[in-house]
Design a protein around this ligand. Structure first.
Ligand SMILES: NC(=O)c1ccc[n+]([C@@H]2O[C@H](COP(=O)([O-])OP(=O)(O)OC[C@H]3O[C@@H](n4cnc5c(N)ncnc54)[C@H](OP(=O)(O)O)[C@@H]3O)[C@@H](O)[C@H]2O)c1
Length: 381
C-alpha cells in the first residue's frame, strides 16, 4: 500500500545515532522526506549528508552554507517548523532540552534519543507532551524494548532494565581507578558518542536511563530494576502483575530501535542484516549490578527519588565531570565523587519551572568546574 512520506528532521545528524538514522532512512527512502539536518562542528560530514539527502534546511553550530539549501538559525527554529511530522532528537547532553520543548509546543512527535532531556526536566516535558497530544517514542534500546513490550500499562508491575555492564564489568575497582580515557571509551558492545560511552563505563548511563524510564512510563523508582546482561541481547523486560515477564530481544544494533522510533507504529524490514537465532547466541547471562563498584546508579536512584531539581543537578555535574575526564583533567572514579559532592551541596527546588531548571543547570556546571579546578590545584601542590 502506498503511504504518505513521513516528514522528518534530525538534530544531531552527524553523531552516532544521527548517522545510523540516516542509514535507516536511506534504506526506507520511499517512506521519508527529510525537512532538516542539524549538527554541531563536523560541518564536512553535514555537508556530505546535505548533498546526499537534500534537506530543505540545515543547521550547524559553525558557519555553513550550501547553495540551494536554507540555513536555519537554531535547533529551535528547526523544531518549530510544523511541516515536520517527527523530529529525531539525537544531540548529546543538555542541548537537547530546548529544541525538544519547541517541537512539543508545535505539536510535533518526537523520537527521543537524548535521555538528558528527560533527566533534566522529565515532569515538564512529559506534561507538555500530554497537553499537546505529542508522542515521545524512545530510541534508547532499553526504553524502546519496554515500549514494545507494554500492551496494557495498568497491568505492569515493574520494569526491568538491562545493562551490558560496560568495559569494567569484570575489572577490579583498582583497575577502574587507573582507567585511561581510551579504556573507558572501549565499550565491548556499542559504538557510541564519547559522552554516553563514558557514562556507560561508570554505569551513570544506567542511572540516567532509570530516570528516563520513570518519566516515559510513569513508574515509581521502586518498580524499576536493573540487571546486568553482558551479551546485550535482551534489551529490557516488563513484569506483569500475574508474574508473566515479557522481554524484547534482538541483536545489539541501534538501527533497530532507531527505525522502530521513526516508523512507529509501522514496521518495515529496513536495515535488518540477519535473522535472529537463539542457537547461535547459545547463552544469555544475568547478574545483579554491583552498586559498590558502580555507585553512580545509586546516586541516580537518589536523585530521582528526591525529584525537583535534583536530577538536573545530577545531569549537569556528571556532564561537566565527564568532559573533564575526557580532557584528561580527572580520573574516571572522580566522576562519581564530584557528582556526589555537587548533589550534597545542591538545595533542591521542588516542582521547578523550566527557567529554574536552566538556572540550576548553569549554577551546578559553574560550581562543578570550580570544584574540579580546586581538585587539580590540590594534586599539583
Ligand atoms: N549512540 C548510541 O548508541 C546511543 C544509544 C542510546 C541513547 N543515545 C543518546 O543519544 C544522544 C546522542 O548520542 P550519540 O552517541 O549519537 O552522540 P554523538 O555521537 O556525540 O553525537 C552528538 C550529536 O550532537 C551534535 N551536536 C553537538 N553539539 C551541538 C550543537 N551545539 N548544536 C547542534 N548539534 C550539536 C553533534 O554534532 P557534531 O558531531 O557535528 O559536533 C552530533 O551530531 C545522547 O543523548 C545519548 O545518550 C545514544
Amino acid at each position: 500500500m502506498e503511504t504518505k512520506k513521513r516528514k522528518i528532521s534530525i538534530i544531531g545528524s552527524t553523531g552516532s545515532i544521527g548517522t545510523q538514522a540516516l542509514e535507516v532512512i536511506e534504506k526506507l527512502q520511499d517512506k521519508f522526506e527529510i525537512i532538516a539536518l542539524a549538527g554541531g562542528s563536523n560541518i564536512e560530514l553535514l555537508r556530505q549528508q546535505a548533498e546526499k539527502f537534500n534537506p530543505k534546511f540545515i543547521y550547524a553550530s559553525k558557519p555553513l552554507t550550501i547553495s540551494g539549501i536554507k540555513t536555519a538559525d537554531s535547533l529551535e527554529e528547526i523544531c518549530s517548523n510544523k511541516e515536520n511530522d517527527i523530529i529525531l532528537v539525537a544531540v548529546s547532553g543538555k542541548i537537547g532540552l530546548k529544541p525538544t520543548l519547541k517541537a512539543i509546543e508545535n505539536g510535533i512527535d518526537i523520537a527521543l534519543a537524548n535521555k538528558e532531556t528527560l533527566v533534566m526536566a522529565g515532569d515538564i516535558v512529559m506534561k507538555k507532551a500530554r497537553e499537546n497530544g505529542v508522542k515521545i517514542i524512545p530510541v534508547d534500546s532499553e526504553h524502546c524494548a519496554i515500549h514494545q513490550c507494554i500492551k496494557d500499562i495498568s497491568q505492569v508491575e515493574k520494569l526491568i532494565i538491562t545493562a551490558s555492564g560496560g568495559p569494567f564489568l569484570h575489572k577490579s575497582v583498582e583497575e577502574m581507578k587507573k582507567a585511561t580515557v581510551a579504556q573507558a571509551l572501549a565499550h565491548p558492545r556499542w559504538h557510541m558518542g564519547k559522552k554516553i560511552t563514558v557514562d556507560s563505563a561508570t554505569l551513570m548511563n544506567k542511572g540516567l536511563e532509570i530516570i528516563e524510564a520513570h518519566h516515559l512510563f510513569g513508574f515509581d523508582y521502586d518498580k524499576i530494576d536493573v540487571v546486568v546482561h553482558p551479551q546485550s541481547i535482551v534489551h529490557s523486560a516488563i513484569e506483569y502483575v500475574d508474574g508473566s515477564v515479557i522481554a524484547q530481544l534482538g541483536l545489539p544494533s541501534m538501527h533497530i530501535p532507531i527505525q522502530y522510533a521513526i516508523t512507529y507504529p509501522q514496521r518495515f524490514e529496513g536495515i535488518k542484516s540477519k535473522s535472529f537465532s537463539f542457537a547461535d547466541i547459545a547463552r544469555l547471562d544475568f547478574e545483579k549490578p554491583d552498586f559498590e563498584k558502580f555507585p553512580c546508579i545509586k546516586l541516580a536512584y537518589q536523585a530521582g527519588r528526591t525529584g525537583g531539581t535534583a536530577t538536573a543537578c545530577l545531569n549537569a555535574a556528571n556532564e561537566e565531570a565527564v568532559f573533564a575526564f575526557l580532557d584528561g583533567k580527572i580520573k574516571l572514579y572522580n566522576i562519581y565523587e564530584i557528582t556526589a559532592e555537587m548533589m550534597s551541596q545542591h538545595r533542591v527546588i521542588e516542582n521547578p519551572t523550566i527557567d529554574e531548571i536552566f538556572a540550576t543547570d548553569e549554577d551546578v556546571r559553574r560550581k562543578t568546574r570550580e570544584h574540579i579546578n580546586k581538585l587539580i590545584q590540590k594534586v599539583q601542590l
